[in-house]
Design a protein around this ligand. Structure first.
Ligand code: F6P
Length: 361
């Protein structure tokens, strides 16, 4: 058996399906495989910032139930409060990264696994560099925009949810002779829109990566009508801009601007230009919740096991990634700096064009 170690795991950034599966995989490999202690840090890095610290020792007992199948994260997460510019009650911003480093040391951690998207992994890496912490990253995000890896945990489930939404919109669109527009998440990447749009039989897919015109959208809908079909399905990624290049956003309860609302704008424009009765569905956080798909559970399990093995091998500042049917590990810095959006000339964009889907000009 390898030397006894204590490792930490935290989930950071927006939640997604499959996070509990990865926590379970890490716990199994570390506790059962190596005889180590595993501390689950609550609420992302903020669990290490709080005093007393907010964490729990993970025992395999908690994983005998439904956790593999459960959406969300049993550890909690946050996607605000940059530790390098942490908003204080008096309105000032404070660098609290040192408190996280101190927390890591107080818990006696030999390594920390951070399950996050590129934003969270970047912050975790800066903290680890500053404090000399042993860090391993695991990619998760429904947006699937983390560099190098073909898949991030949560993406597949989000695509399943969005595809199922199209499956449900299809019959009601046909019954009422309507254009049904579905707005999906993805931040600045159109991966969910493209994958779900192809899988769900969309007629139009708009993504932030590919410019479009309203004339192009209207032409497609009119040609569908001319071909004798009385309805259409349109998928729009949340970060698509309006025709004049303006970002459409909503202000959340904390006063922050978030993507959202472009669907309503485009729905009204489609209706104006084609005369088609149009309805808009904004799918929202439904894409992040629910039971993880089997594929997400597989990625989560493979990533979790490999992350612990990397610690056993003494390899740090790495991120696990999925490529060509394998789990590999890559320098964390390379993954963070290689943010992946939709390739306008990639296989899926060309597949959509080949199917006659309007994806822009
Ligand atoms: O990054 C994941 C994501 O779900 C994006 O697709 C979306 O734009 C954003 O998070 C929503 O964030 P929040 O949960 O803060 O509303």
């Amino acid at each position: 058996m390898a030397d006894s170690k204590t490792i930490g795991i935290l989930t950071s950034g927006g939640d997604c399906a499959g996070l509990n599966a990865v926590i379970r995989a890490v716990a199994h490999r570390a506790i059962e495989g190596y005889g180590w202690r595993v501390l689950g840090i609550h609420q992302g890095t903020s669990g290490l910032m709080q005093r007393p610290m907010d964490y729990e020792e993970l025992s395999l007992k908690i994983f005998t139930g439904n956790i593999l199948r459960l959406g969300g994260t049993i550890l909690g997460t946050i996607n605000k409060g940059d530790p390098f510019a942490y908003p204080m009650p008096d309105g000032s911003l404070m660098d609290r990264s040192g408190e996280i480093i101190e927390g890591y040391r107080q818990l006696g951690l030999d390594a920390l696994i951070v399950v996050g998207g590129d934003g969270s992994l970047d912050i975790a890496r800066r903290i680890a560099q500053q404090g000399g912490l042993n860090l391993i990253g695991i990619p998760k995000t429904i947006d699937n925009d983390v560099g190098i890896t073909e898949n991030s945990i949560g993406f597949g489930t989000a695509v399943d949810v969005a595809t199922e939404a199209l499956d449900k919109l299809h019959p009601t669109a046909a019954s009422h002779s309507r254009v049904m527009l579905l707005e999906v998440m993805g931040r600045d990447a159109g991966h969910i829109a493209l994958a779900a749009g192809i899988s769900g039989g969309a007629d139009v897919i708009l993504m932030p990566e590919i410019p479009y015109t309203m004339e192009g959208v209207a032409r497609k809908i009119e040609s569908i009508r001319e071909g004798g079909r009385n309805f259409a399905l349109v998928v729009v990624a949340e970060a698509v801009k309006n025709e004049v290049g303006e970002t459409v956003s909503v202000t959340d309860s904390e006063g922050r601007k978030r993507h959202g609302g472009i669907g309503y704008h485009l729905g009204a424009r489609i209706s104006d230009m084609t005369g088609a009765e149009t309805r808009v569905t904004v799918l929202g956080h439904i894409q992040r919740g629910g039971t993880p798909s089997p594929r997400d559970r597989l990625f989560a399990s493979a990533f979790g096991v490999r992350a612990v093995d990397l610690i056993a091998e003494g390899k740090f500042d790495r991120m696990v990634a999925w490529t060509s049917r394998h789990v590999i590990d890559v320098p964390l810095e390379d993954a963070i700096s290689a943010n992946q959006v939709v390739d306008p000339n990639g296989t899926l964009a060309n597949t959509a064009r080949g199917l006659g889907i309007y994806i822009g000009e």
